[in-house]
Design a protein around this ligand. Structure first.
Ligand code: UDP
Ligand code: MG
Length: 316
């Protein structure tokens, strides 16, 4: 039995892009329906993230002309991640599987075939992974790589070169609903769900029309969000630094005592320096310890699910 697939697309000021994207996706979905790979009731769901241009009017028009297109309008701009979550949560009421992608066709829509193959093999989550980053600038490529490394070091489970182009089953999206956090970094949260998952490689294209809705400033804010919403290790770093500086003060003290014993030293200097380092180190250590507790409070307030049940044999 073919499943109902919804393609969820967050859109912010995408009036130039939407007609092109709609056309391409309509062809793609028609093809998949004809081949019997997805249910005829499958749709494309656009999420208007409080656009200031004609984006919503275009979505309404598309919907009236062709029921394959549907839309959700947010009351105001809430950012890509929130718009995407809104789309996922709405789509899961109608669909068996949900593919999320951007409006700009940078993600190759033909990778959906690969997604469906993996789904047929029993995957609940399939990540689209960029096989090459030629179309990105060297700056973006290198900073992105370094960033993934940093996240990995901080203990965050993340799929390399995966943006938010992925397939999720209804039960995976339902599980995501039990994550109550407000600070969203979806690509870091989805791996926490577990379930059988796999990756499909695709070539990333240039944006077809319009300009990036992610200027450097938003990008940096998003990167910081990823670190602070998924890891409390930076706090531990302060604790370690505090211990290190305090130990340094003790080593200095011993060193100064020895030099004082064997030769002439300036009076008062050693005691001043050693106390500056000792107090500095102890203060940092104290902040780190307080931070540890705040980190715990932070994670508790997220109220993440303690477990997710994949199958319950009692249920069916
Ligand atoms: N987007 C959104 N809300 C925002 C900013 C962006 O819904 O506040 C959407 C945008 O319409 C696009 C996707 O997020 O579909 C990714 O944005 P973009 O392609 O501009 O980012 P880039 O590929 O340049 O990182
Ligand atoms: Mg893009």
């Amino acid at each position: 039995m073919a499943e109902i697939m919804y393609v969820v697309i967050p859109c912010y000021n995408e009036e130039e892009m939407l007609p092109i994207t709609a056309e391409a996706l309509m062809k793609k979905l028609d093809g998949l329906k004809k081949d019997g790979r997805i249910d005829p009731r499958s749709k494309v769901m656009f999420v208007d993230d409080g656009s200031k241009d004609r984006t919503w009017q275009i979505i309404e028009k598309l919907h009236s002309l062709n029921p394959t297109f549907t839309g959700v309008k947010l009351s105001r701009n809430k950012g890509h991640q929130n718009a995407l979550l809104a789309g996922l949560m709405t789509a899961k009421n109608y669909a068996d599987i949900i593919v999320s992608m951007d409006a700009d066709l940078q993600d190759d829509i033909n990778a959906i075939d690969g997604f469906l193959d993996k789904r047929a093999e029993g995957c609940d989550i399939v990540y689209g992974v960029r096989s090459s980053r030629e179309t990105d600038t060297a700056f973006k490529r290198n900073t992105a790589r370094a960033y993934y490394k940093l996240l990995e070091m901080l203990g965050v489970e993340i799929t390399y070169d995966h943006a938010d182009y992925r397939l999720m089953s209804k039960r995976a999206v339902t599980a995501l609903e039990s994550f109550k956090e407000v600070n969203l970094f979806l690509r870091g949260m989805v791996p926490m769900l577990g379930f059988k998952s796999d990756t499909v490689a695709y070539k990333r294209n240039e944006r077809v029309a319009g300009e990036s809705k992610y200027p450097l400033k938003k990008m940096l804010a998003f990167a910081a969000e990823g670190v602070t919403s998924l890891s409390v290790k930076p706090i531990r770093f302060i604790t370690c630094l505090g211990i290190f500086i305090f130990l340094m003060s003790i080593i200095m003290l011993i060193y100064f005592l020895i030099t004082h014993a064997v030769s002439d030293t300036v009076r008062g200097w050693a005691s001043t320096i050693v106390s500056v380092w000792a107090i500095g180190g102890l203060q940092m250590l104290a902040i780190g310890i307080i931070g540890e507790y705040i980190g715990k409070i932070y994670l508790e307030t997220k109220a993440r699910p303690k477990y997710i049940i994949e199958t319950d044999l009692e249920e069916n």
